[in-house]
Design a binder for this molecule. Structure first.
Ligand code: NDP
Length: 510
């Protein structure tokens, strides 16, 4: 994919570059330099040098810069949205949502970082540590590598870097080579506000990502299960911690007594927003027999009315990553060959760009690839189920466990079903409500990930603790559990242990 022709004056002549294309028509949109392992290593050294001062600034000053960046995001939203439309092949609402969520992330960590990074002290309560005092310092992991997917290129790179910056880390971003231009603009924005040079971007594909894993102190990765496993294995070689946000095959359960019109609108948005290229997008639908016909009829009609395009009045864009067109086509073809019925859509669109018709499939079952593998495209396969038990069993019959959506006859029934679903989040009568809230954790079950983002853990993962133990009383010349080991000292120790853990008269054996 690398070429050596340069039209961008900011890229040194002779550098290897990657062409970035518009998914909507395949035309070339721009180019980026390709960073090799040496360049990534040099970038890491520069950032490590800058990080110590960044951390020393303290939470208040770091927050000052990040909030300046928040203002830059708002001031430059038009440009960022246009890049998101161009390089992602997406309608404007999708990059707008990314920016909105980044602002939410900044506002949340502005509130909680002082408390999360505060030094705490405690006096040990057990006999073993009688008289001792502990100070727990929280420090940043110096250099964080954030490797992101192409479906939400801003949020999954710079969005995940924000809590690391709050914590005091420096960050190298590695966007997908398919959608690097928005991230390039964000890093330019960080420089334009005059903030310390603690963020940079490494451009390139898998090799660049692998080189990044080798030089950082923490890897924040969003992508497929297959690549996530490779990243984890590579990071294990240097015992570098990782957080992996991986794929999903999220189910929607529409049960008896559900609010069908809202469930239909939810399926429409959850299945086709961002053209189905959402990790927590609805990819499987299980509908109770009693509401099945109404649900399927209404949904199919609404899917037929979706407007394809990337303009201001479009609903569904192109597939961002060209190979996805074959993934979606293969799964739909496999389903049809095994007996599925296409109610609308079902085909690639001829002509330039990577377009697939918004599709509804019925008569599907779990023998079909479309019910097992992640699709990441505009297809909703719908299964009629006899009852709630069958819906739950089928929803849990998956290697993935990112999130799920439930529509039942009441919130209480929805909560009962939620308790039995194998997923990191369950939305009742909602779609993605969990992801919209920076205050709640986001983490996948099963193969959908390790670790997670958002909430307190979304920042704490980028930190290390250092415990300093002292004494708040004059220290004796020897501690009871130190040498020499003698029967008398052992007996004393045992008696003291018995005494220390009893209350009231029990202390005296009564
Ligand atoms: P990939 O796994 O193909 O790529 C993810 C990132 O990893 C890209 O930047 C890619 O670079 C890079 N990469 C590829 N190989 C390596 C390697 N050996 N070492 C380090 N980095 C590497 O995923 P996609 O980009 O195709 O993204 C889609 C996937 O992301 C879906 O499975 C989706 O469900 C998941 N996802 C999960 C989310 C979550 O929060 N759980 C959110 C959004 C998406 P390049 O692209 O340049 O090759």
């Amino acid at each position: 994919m690398a070429a050596t022709h340069v039209t961008d004056p900011q890229i040194p002549a002779g550098a290897d570059t990657i062409a970035v294309r518009r998914p909507s028509d395949g035309s070339i949109l721009g180019e980026i330099p390709l960073h090799d392992a040496d360049q990534v290593g040099a970038m890491a050294e520069r950032l490590r040098a800058a990080q110590t001062q960044w951390e020393a600034l303290g939470v208040k000053q770091r927050t000052h810069w990040i909030r300046k960046f928040r203002q830059w995001l708002l001031d430059n939203a038009d440009e960022l949205i246009r890049i998101g439309q161009d390089e992602g092949g997406r309608p404007a609402n999708e990059p707008l949502l990314e920016l909105t969520l980044m602002v939410e992330v900044i506002d949340y960590y502005t509130r909680v970082t002082p408390k999360l990074m505060a030094t705490t002290t405690t006096r040990g309560s057990s006999l073993l540590v009688l008289g001792k005092k502990y100070t727990v310092h929280r420090t940043a992991r110096p250099l964080v590598g954030v490797i992101g997917a192409w479906n939400y290129p801003l949020l999954l790179t710079f969005g995940d870097a924000l809590p690391a910056l709050f914590a005091g880390s420096a960050v190298i971003l590695k966007p997908s080579e398919v959608t690097p231009l928005g991230v390039k603009a964000l890093v330019r924005g960080w420089r334009e506000i005059g903030a310390p040079a603690v963020v940079d971007v490494a451009f390139g594909g898998g090799e660049t990502g692998q080189a990044l894993v080798d030089v950082v102190d923490f890897v924040q990765f969003t992508g497929s299960v297959a690549t996530g496993k490779r990243v984890a294995a590579r990071a294990a070689e240097t015992v570098t911690p990782v957080s992996l946000e991986l794929g999903g095959k999220d189910p929607l359960l529409v049960l008896d007594g559900a609010n069908v019109p809202r469930a239909v609108n939810c399926a429409l948005y959850g299945g086709y927003t961002n053209n189905g290229q959402v990790c927590m997008g609805i990819e499987r639908v299980y509908v109770a027999a009693g509401v099945y016909d109404a649900f399927v009829d209404q949904l199919t009609e609404k899917v037929r009315s979706l407007r394809s395009g990337v303009g201001d009045n479009s609903d569904v864009g192109a597939l961002t990553h060209p190979p996805q067109i074959d993934v979606v086509d293969r799964q739909v073809t496999d389903a049809v060959e095994k007996g599925a019925t296409v109610l609308t859509g079902g085909h690639k669109v001829d002509g330039p760009g990577t377009w697939f018709e918004p599709t509804v499939l019925v008569d599907v079952d779990h023998s079909m690839l479309i019910m097992q593998e992640e699709t990441f495209g505009p297809v909703l396969p719908i299964v009629k189920v006899a009852d709630t038990e069958e819906a739950i069993a089928l929803a849990n019959d998956s290697d993935f466990g990112l999130s799920a959506t439930v529509f039942a006859h009441s919130t209480q029934e929805g909560e009962r079903v939620a308790a039995r679903l194998d997923a990191g989040a369950v939305n009742i009568d909602q779609f993605l409500a969990n992801m919209m809230c920076a205050e709640v954790p986001q983490s996948g079950w099963k193969t959908s990930g390790i670790g997670g983002r958002a909430a307190e853990q979304g920042l704490l993962k980028y930190t290390r603790t250092k415990v300093v133990a002292t004494s708040w009383i004059p220290v004796p010349v020897n501690d009871l559990n130190w040498f020499p080991y003698t029967p008398r000292r052992r007996a004393l120790f045992r008696a003291a242990t018995r005494f220390a853990h009893r209350r009231g008269l029990a202390r005296f054996g009564l």
